[in-house]
Design a protein around this ligand. Structure first.
Ligand SMILES: C[S@@+](CC[C@H](N)C(=O)[O-])C[C@H]1O[C@@H](n2cnc3c(N)ncnc32)[C@H](O)[C@@H]1O
Length: 282
């Protein structure tokens, strides 16, 4: 079968299941199967596909039509201009999380050799994006999930930051609470979907992304912040920064947890929804 016909049929198959942008997905899956970019698809509409290529394409279409996120099928997602490996052990990095990276970089400007920890690192996207902008800086990153840490470590190696970003297992900042305050910044995109909001999530997210990356914050999704904020107050040096991504209805409740902090601010996303809360330890 010709390449252009296979993509047309693939698009129709995905359209019938109403999954995202069917044409774009059908093309992305073909790029994945052929190991080629989009320009190649447009330049070779008449390419005859082998039966092996067609079988593999069919398999990926079937997974996508069944609701599996495209990124778990291709194994990749771009974040901060970097290519991340993703598996079902990690949350697929979201564009809105780039606001947390931006806010962190802005606050770190001018700080010499800051000591940073990323809590709930998942694929490692926040820690590795920061490493890509802060040459020299050593970053620590923790997660409760060993499977997620394996993916994060592979990303660090592929992106050549394995010597500067150190991953380890910890329940939030638990492993750092014995010693003296050591960090200049705690950054985190913790699980914040409330149990009561589970049915509002896209089915694709609810059924395929890791439960521990989404939930754990109780009914309103705030319980992790209730633990993380006092832990950060212990682990940060005086004047250190806490940068947290939050859910779209959580700003007020989180500000109430930060009354002992100073310079509390929120950063809106492109729709004007508060997405990141920043606070400074007194
Ligand atoms: C919303 S995901 C964020 C992943 C990644 N930082 C990102 O922005 O794409 C939350 C992450 O926190 C981790 N996590 C959940 N509970 C945790 C805990 N108690 N301590 C440490 N990490 C936790 C999950 O395994 C998951 O990787």
């Amino acid at each position: 079968m010709r390449l252009d016909l296979a993509i047309r049929q693939g698009t129709e198959r995905l359209e019938a299941r109403a999954r995202g942008d069917a044409r774009l997905d059908a093309e992305t899956l073909m790029m994945h199967v052929l190991g080629r970019d989009r320009a190649y698809l447009y330049a070779h509409p008449d390419l005859e596909l082998s039966s092996n290529q067609l079988n593999r394409y069919d398999e990926t279409l079937q997974r996508r039509a069944g609701g599996e996120p495209l990124q778990y099928i291709t194994g990749h997602q771009e974040f901060w201009g970097l290519d991340f490996l993703v598996t079902p052990a990690v949350l697929i990095p979201r564009p809105e999380t780039e606001h947390a990276v931006e806010a962190a970089l802005e606050l770190l400007r001018g700080l010499e050799d800051p000591h940073i920890v990323d809590v709930g690192t998942g694929s490692g996207c926040i820690a590795l994006a920061l490493a890509s902008e802060l040459s020299q800086t050593r970053i620590e990153a923790v997660d409760i999930s060993n499977e997620a840490l394996e993916v994060a470590h592979r990303n660090a190696e592929r992106l050549n930051f394995a010597n500067r970003v150190v991953f380890s297992q910890s329940d939030l900042l638990g492993k750092y609470l014995d010693g003296a305050p050591r960090f200049d910044m705690v950054v985190s995109n913790p699980p914040y979907v409330g149990d009561s909001e589970a049915d509002k999530l896209q089915v694709e997210v609810r059924e395929h992304e890791p439960h521990c990356a989404l939930f754990g914050g109780g009914k309103e999704g705030l319980d992790i912040y209730r633990r993380l904020i006092p832990q950060a107050a212990q682990a940060l040096k005086p004047g250190g920064w806490l940068v947290m991504e939050i859910g779209y209805t959580q700003e007020q409740a989180i500000r109430e947890l930060l009354t002992r902090w100073k310079e509390v601010q929120s950063v809106p996303d492109l729709q004007g929804i508060p997405r990141v809360v920043i606070a400074r330890k007194k």
